[in-house]
Each structure stands twice: as structure tokens, then as C-alpha cells.
Design a binder for this molecule. Structure first.
Ligand code: ADP
Length: 815
């Protein structure tokens, strides 16, 4: 505030009472009223009223000072005329003043009762209001004021009018400063500026900055308002929606649904994490539109979770005698299996904490694996559920899909738990050897987690998400063979083998279990339908060929069905099923047992195979023709079987002299090895000696004994190596009417496993070398059967006999 005051501006110097103002600056021309409370101020007013009614108004620099000295006041103030005085209740006075002109404080004269001060009264300096500069300023101010009223609080029309019409630069500045909201310092600055043009210039600046602040404020205010508006709008819409839903009768539904879910969750007495997770989902549901897709997803999820047996459990009846009785009652034979099950449960009873191995029943179909598992569950008083793993390629089948996928569902394990409705059921995992793995993940890995007692107490299904305790479940698995079970899984399992049944066993099972069961299931009674024992035997041998009894049961069921139908049609009395009637019940017999050929033939040998459905006989045929040494293998053979054929040929070439085979047979003969029933894929090394025998028989033109069958792997040096599945293979051979079976010496120990009936009727010849095989299998030259030579051309036999060293060769083989 650098006001240089020219001497001519000072109109006069006066001594007048002074009123110190707090928070107010009065400008010349301004009418204002304010309240006065301080004693000195009231005394000053009184004094002024007594004389000229003029008073000096100077603003205090610091509002807190109660009794200001001259230094506490601004240098510039106003001389004002008192227009009105009003006594207010409680010693206060309201005064109305009008600013007259600017004044500069020279100092206080006295300040005892009131302040009497000396001040210079200042005139407005002369300005040329018409000058371009002044006009520009006025215009600028008016424009600024225009902008100002756009953002400022409402302004009276009169004020606007005055500002638009006032022409005097200084007065205009004072008028604007008096009528807009300015803070104390800014208004004082205007008052202190004596030069009118500079004052107006300053006023324009102040206006502009005020506009800026105001528009900022306005922005902020509108943003805040927008936010509030949005909240209010949402609230309003939601309230409306509620009412609409109520009108439609839906709103209550979701609310009552939510409450139902909450109640069900509370009833389940879940642990912390699970409970929280489910309640969170319920919370989400409550905020959703009832019919929306999302709400449906949540409902499906909650329903799936609530259907699980989180806390339901059955009490185990670990009475071993009871278990044994139950197993005996439900199943014939299988003594070893039952014994091992009882032992297994005994260990479980003694060490309940010890989770132990998982039982795995291995054997061909229909031998009772499933039904034993069911018996175990019944005997223990546990619930039972079964799930088939056959053909599962996708990990998600076991573990489920994440619930964010459309149509996602829990995996099979969780489904089995839901089915069982108890957290400690017996779960049968069928066909664990038939799981495959591909790009969709490895189901075996998921199974490993299910079966591993270290991990399965917190099994996480992708859909259910929260962990589920599987540690109390008793898992039992079944498989046809163990070869294809992944090793880590196999390590966790205790394998119990169930072999195929012989005819006698099948007959007993049929008599004791299958027939009564089927009669019962078909609503008949033992008095209305009876099976002759011979008829059962005929069904077993003529109508079924299997390791187990599944087809047998089906055939019996078929007979029962026909008998039931006849009964309903009015047939009275007892129906007996005899051998003679079987054809009318089941059609003509499918299998004729004695299908081993009755003649010794050249180049045809009976081998033995082991498939997942039990043992079977396998004919191998060889033809040798004039040619260039081509070898052809047909009959759907696998790689291992083809290699066996080459090994056999290699052996024959290396022993050509000894065997009496033409040295160049592999150059001038074409060999064709065929295994009939080409539709069935065959593989494995155990046909090695069979192929070698067929080849030698063909190349030496010696017939092979028709009642001999063989199994064994061959090495290129003619050693015979052991094979698997002897029990099943020997049973198939027996059924086919074979009298002698050549087996590798290494399998001698397996003979104890062979069914006693088979052992009684078939002789086993253990061998270590190919020479021994030939000795047993080939018909000695002299005895070469007439039929055989009869089938071939006469000349063949003649050529054979004509060979001078024929005898010597046969002797060599017999050595
Ligand atoms: P798997 O599971 O081995 O394929 P199942 O358990 O389904 O065989 O058995 C097929 C049928 O044969 C069932 O009805 C079962 O009761 C019956 N069965 C199998 N073995 C016996 C047995 N030893 N005693 C009584 N019934 C048996």
C-alpha cells in the first residue's frame, strides 16, 4: 500500500471521535449498520451525536485486541455520518452509518473515555473519466462483474443496475467493493488506494480472482451434489424395486429363501471357513434379482453344498464275526478273499487312527468284486456308493468344474458323497485300471489326492471350493488287471485277487445264490420254479463262456422271466427247468465245449491267452509256400507278438540242422503266420513257443498233438520264459478239452493256484527249452496220423518218408 498522497488531496484535518471496527471496513458511499458493544465505542458514538454526528471509522488490524491503540488500526479509514442509533437490549447499540469520505489517521488525541483522534480528510483526486484507460477499466470491470454474477450468490437488481450505470471510476470501485463479498484485507486495500484508476484496476483483479475461487467452489459443490444425487437415485430405485418385487410376490421369496439358506447352514454346524464361505454366498444372493442367471448359479452352488453330508456319520459295527457271517452268507467260496478282508478289518479295529492301505479287488468281470464291497458296507453298517472310473479322461470329472463355468457341477467324488449321505461311507471306485489321461489333465493325480490319507482330510472340489473331509471314507477299488493302474496309485493299495470260477464253483454259486435271488426278484417262489442241476450245468457250459457269473445270472434271470410270464398267463403248478427244455427257454446252445480238434495237424498249434475276461484258447496257424522269404503276420497282432514271431524264426534258423529244417527256408519260402478271430486284438509274448512250434511243424511237416496246448515266451536261443495268468489259461484249456499243457518251468510255483479240478484232469509239463516243447508237442514221425496225411496230398507223406535222414531227425528230436 504505497500511497503517495499529494498535499492537495487533503481537504482538512479534523479531530473527531473514533470507532475501532472489528471485521468491518466501511467505504465511502456505503450504508451499513452494525452493533456496538464496547464502552469506548458507545461513548464515541454519544460524543459524535452531541456534535456533528460525524465519526471516524478505522478497522482494527487484529480483531482480538480489546482496547486498541493507534498502531493497532489501519492507516486509512472513513469519516462517516451517523444516520441512526438503536438501543438494543443488554447495553448494545445498533448503529447505522454512511461512509462520507476517506480519512488518514494522524494519531489519537485522548483515549480515556472514548478515542478522540486527529485525521486528514482526503478528497478524491481528479481523474479524467473519459480517458481511454479509464473507459477500458470500466468496461473491463463490467465484464468481470458480468462473469461474477454468473457464479456469485444472487445479487439485487438495483446493485447490478448501479454498477452498469456508474461512470465515476473511483466511486464505481468503491461501490463494487461495498457490494460484493470481500474479505477484510481486500476491502481495506481498496479503501487504502487513493488513486481512482489504480483502485478500479485493483478491484478488477480482485473480482477476477473472486470469480476463479467461486467457480472452483461451484465445481466442487456440483460434484458433491452429483455424488449425493447418485446415491439418492440408487436408493430410490432400489426402494422402488423392492416394492415392485413385493407386488409381484418375488421380493419376499428371495428374502425367505435367504433365510432358509441361513437356517440350513446354521443347522449343519459347519466349521469356520466353510460356514463363512457359504454365508458369503447367501449374502450375495440376497442382493440379486431373483430370476437372474447369477442368482441361479449361487442357488445351484448352495444346494450342492448343503446336500453334502458335512456332519452326518454312521456308527461302525466292527464285529468281525458278524462281518464274516455276512460275507459267508452273501458269497460262496472266495475263502482267501474273505479271510484277507477280515484281517484287514481287524487291523482297522485295533488301530482306528491308522488309515492303512486301500483295498483293491482285482479279477475278471462277474467274479463278485462289487458284491463283496457291498457286503462289507452292510456288515459294517456303513452307507455305500459306487462310482465308475472307466474311460474317465478328464480330471474335472473327479474334481468338478469351477463354478464360474456355465453348467458347472461338482465332480464324481462329491456326487458319491451326496449319494451316500454320510461322511464315512464305503465308496467303491470301479475300474480304476481303465482311467486314461490326456491333455485335459490327469485323473490319476486327482485320484491320488482322494486316496492319500495325508491329503484327503481336506479334499477340494473345484465346484464346492471349500475343503471336504474324506478321511473317514473307506475306499475300495476294483480292477480287471493291475498292469494299467498307475504305479503311485497301486502303491497305496492292497491288492486282493479274485480268480475265475470253475464249473463246479459256478454251479454252487448258481444253486445257492443266483437262482434263489432271481426267483425272489421275479416274484416267484422256490415252490413254483425249480432248476435241475443238469440244466444249470448245461447253462454254464453251453450258454456262457466267462470267468465270472454275470452272464450265468442273466441266463437264469431270463428263465425266471419266462416262467413268470407263463405263470401270469395262467400256468399252474411247479415249473421245472430241465436240460431238455433249455432250448425253448434260451435258444440253441452257443458254445460246444470240446472244440479242440480231434486230429493231429501240421502247422496248427493251440496256444493259451489271458484276456481281461479270463483265459482263452488261441489257435496259431502257419503256411509255408514257395517264395522269396517274405514273412506275413495276420490276425490283429500287437508289436510284442510280432517280435515273438521273429524271435521264433531266428531260433529256427540257428538250429536248422538240429531241427532238420532246410537251411534256406528263410530265402526260398514265404511264411504266413495267422491267428484266427482277427477282430480281436492280441498281444503279449506268451505265444512265443506256440508260434515256434507251428513254424517247425510246418517246415518239417510233422503234425502237432491235438490235445496239447502251450504257453511261454521264447528267446532267440530257444529258452522258454515264464508268463502270467496260468490259472485262467489252464481253466480255458481244460474247458476246451486239452489234456496236456506245456508251461514254462518258471511258472511251476503257480501250479498251486491252479484250480484242483483242472489239476486233476490235465497234465502239466514244465519246460525250460524249446527242444522240450517239441518233444512233447510233435507227433513222432512214425506215428504221423493217417488222417492228417489223408487231408493233405498223398505225395507229401511220400516225400516225407522218402527222405533218407528222416529217421535220424526224429531221433534227434526225441533225445
Ligand atoms: P464284478 O464286480 O466282479 O464284475 P459282481 O460283483 O457284479 O462282479 O458280480 C456279479 C454277480 O455275481 C452279482 O450278482 C454277485 O452277487 C454274483 N456273484 C459273484 N461271485 C459270487 C459268489 N462267490 N457268491 C455269490 N454270488 C456271487
Amino acid at each position: 500500500m504505497n500511497n503517495h498522497i499529494e498535499q492537495q488531496n487533503v481537504r482538512s484535518t479534523v479531530d473527531l471521535p473514533l470507532l475501532a471496527l472489528r471485521g468491518i471496513v466501511v467505504l465511502p458511499g456505503m450504508n451499513i449498520h452494525f452493533d456496538v458493544g464496547r464502552k469506548k465505542s458507545m461513548a464515541a458514538l454519544d460524543e459524535a451525536m452531541k456534535s456533528s454526528q460525524e465519526i471516524l471509522l478505522f478497522a482494527q488490524r487484529d480483531l482480538r485486541v480489546a482496547d486498541p491503540s493507534a498502531a493497532d488500526l489501519y492507516e486509512f479509514g472513513t469519516v462517516a455520518r451517523i444516520k441512526q442509533l438503536l438501543k438494543l437490549p443488554g447495553d448494545n447499540v445498533r448503529v447505522m452509518v454512511e461512509g462520507v469520505g476517506r480519512a488518514r489517521l494522524n494519531g489519537f488525541i485522548t483515549q480515556r473515555q472514548f478515542i478522540l483522534a486527529s485525521a486528514d480528510l482526503l478528497d478524491e483526486p481528479e481523474t479524467d473519466g473519459e480517458s481511454a484507460f479509464a473507459q477500458a477499466l470500466i468496461r473491463e470491470l463490467r465484464m468481470a462483474f458480468d462473469d461474477y454474477i454468473a457464479v456469485a450468490p444472487k445479487m439485487s437488481g438495483e446493485v447490478i443496475m448501479n454498477i452498469m450505470t456508474l461512470e465515476d471510476v473511483g466511486t464505481l470501485a468503491d461501490y463494487v467493493a461495498s457490494n460484493i463479498l470481500l474479505n477484510l484485507e481486500d476491502r481495506q486495500a481498496i479503501l487504502s488506494e487513493i488513486d481512482p484508476c489504480r483502485r478500479l484496476e485493483q478491484m478488477v483483479k480482485l473480482l477476477r480472482s473472486e470469480i476463479e475461487i467461486l467457480s472452483l467452489e461451484l465445481d466442487i459443490r456440483s460434484q458433491v451434489k452429483e455424488q449425493i444425487d447418485k446415491n439418492q437415485r440408487d436408493y430410490y430405485l432400489r426402494e422402488q424395486m423392492k416394492i415392485i418385487q413385493q407386488e409381484l410376490g418375488e421380493g419376499e421369496n428371495i428374502q425367505s429363501e435367504v433365510e432358509e439358506y441361513q437356517a440350513s447352514i446354521a443347522k449343519l454346524e459347519l466349521t469356520g471357513e466353510t460356514r463363512e464361505a457359504l454365508l458369503k454366498e447367501v449374502g450375495r444372493l440376497s442382493k440379486m434379482v431373483p430370476g437372474s442367471a447369477e442368482a441361479t448359479v449361487i442357488r445351484t452352488y448352495l444346494d450342492a453344498c448343503l446336500a453334502l453330508p458335512w456332519n452326518t456319520e454312521t456308527r461302525d459295527k466292527l464285529d468281525l464275526q458278524r462281518v464274516k457271517n455276512r460275507l459267508d452268507r452273501d458269497h460262496y467260496g472266495l475263502e482267501k478273499v474273505k479271510e484277507r478282508i477280515v484281517e484287514y478289518l481287524a487291523v482297522k479295529k485295533l488301530t482306528p487312527q491308522h488309515k492303512g492301505q486301500i483295498l483293491c479287488f482285482v479279477g475278471p468281470p462277474g467274479v463278485g468284486k462289487t458284491s463283496i464291497a457291498i457286503s462289507i458296507a452292510r456288515a459294517l453298517g456303513r452307507k455305500f456308493a459306487r462310482l465308475s472310473l472307466g474311460g474317465i479322461r478328464d480330471e474335472a470329472e473327479i474334481r468338478g468344474h469351477r463354478k464360474t463355468y456355465i453348467g458347472a457341477m461338482p465332480g464324481r467324488i462329491m456326487n458319491a458323497m451326496k449319494q451316500a449321505q454320510s461322511k464315512n461311507p464305503v465308496i467303491l471306485l470301479d475300474e480304476i485300471d481303465k482311467m486314461c489321461s490326456d491333455f485335459r489333465g490327469d485323473p490319476a493325480a486327482a485320484m491320488l489326492e482322494v486316496l492319500d490319507s495325508e491329503q484327503n482330510y481336506a479334499f477340494r472340489d473345484h465346484f464346492i471350493e471349500v475343503p471336504f473331509d474324506l478321511s473317514n471314507v473307506m475306499f475300495i477299488t476294483t480292477a480287471n488287471v493291475t498292469d494299467t493302474i498307475p504305479q503311485p496309485l497301486l502303491d497305496r493299495m492292497e491288492v486282493i485277487e479274485l480268480g475265475s470260477y470253475n464249473e463246479e464253483e459256478k454251479l454252487q454259486i448258481a444253486k445257492r445264490h443266483l437262482v434263489p435271488k432271481q426267483i425272489r426278484e421275479h416274484g416267484l417262489s422256490g415252490r413254483s420254479l425249480r432248476f435241475d442241476e443238469d440244466a444249470l450245468r448245461e447253462i454254464i457250459s453251453g450258454y456262457t463262456r466267462e470267468a465270472g457269473v454275470r452272464n450265468l445270472e442273466r441266463k437264469i434271470a431270463l428263465c425266471c422271466r419266462k416262467a413268470a410270464a407263463a405263470r401270469v398267463m395262467g400256468k399252474q403248478g411247479i415249473t421245472r427247468i430241465t436240460v431238455g427244455q433249455l432250448e425253448s427257454y434260451l435258444g440253441p446252445a452257443k458254445y460246444k465245449f470240446d472244440h479242440a480238434s480231434k486230429v493231429d495237424e501240421i502247422g496248427i498249434v493251440t496256444g493259451l491267452a489271458w484276456t481281461s475276461v479270463g483265459g482263452d484258447t488261441l489257435k496259431i496257424e502257419v503256411n509255408a509256400m514257395e517264395g522269396t522269404g517274405k514273412i506275413e503276420l495276420t490276425g490283429n497282432l500287437g508289436d510284442v507278438m510280432k517280435e515273438s514271431a521273429h524271435a521264433a524264426i531266428s531260433y529256427i534258423r540257428s538250429r536248422a540242422d538240429y531241427l532238420g529244417v532246410d537251411h534256406d527256408f528263410y530265402k526260398n519260402r514265404d511264411l504266413h503266420i495267422h491267428v484266427p478271430e482277427g477282430a480281436i486284438p492280441k498281444d503279449g509274448p506268451s505265444a512265443g513257443i506256440t508260434m515256434a512250434t507251428a513254424l517247425i511243424s510246418e517246415l518239417t511237416q510233422r503234425p502237432v498233438r491235438h490235445d496239447v496246448a502251450m504257453t511261454g515266451e521264447i528267446t532267440i536261443r530257444g529258452r522258454v520264459l515264464e508268463i502270467g495268468g496260468l490259472r485262467e489259461k489252464s481253466m480255458a484249456a481244460y474247458r476246451a478239452g486239452i489234456k496236456t499243457i506245456i508251461i514254462p518251468d518258471g511258472n511251476r510255483s503257480d501250479l498251486t493256484e491252479v484250480d484242483p479240478t483242472v489239476r486233476k484232469n490235465v497234465s502239466f509239463v514244465p519246460v525250460t527249452s524249446m527242444e522240450q516243447v517239441l518233444k512233447t508237442a510233435l507227433v513222432p514221425m512214425k506215428k504221423a496220423s493217417a488222417q492228417s496225411s489223408g487231408e493233405r496230398e498223398k505225395t507229401l507223406e511220400a516225400t516225407l518218408l522218402e527222405q533218407p535222414d528222416g529217421k535220424r531227425r526224429s531221433a534227434a528230436i526225441r533225445q
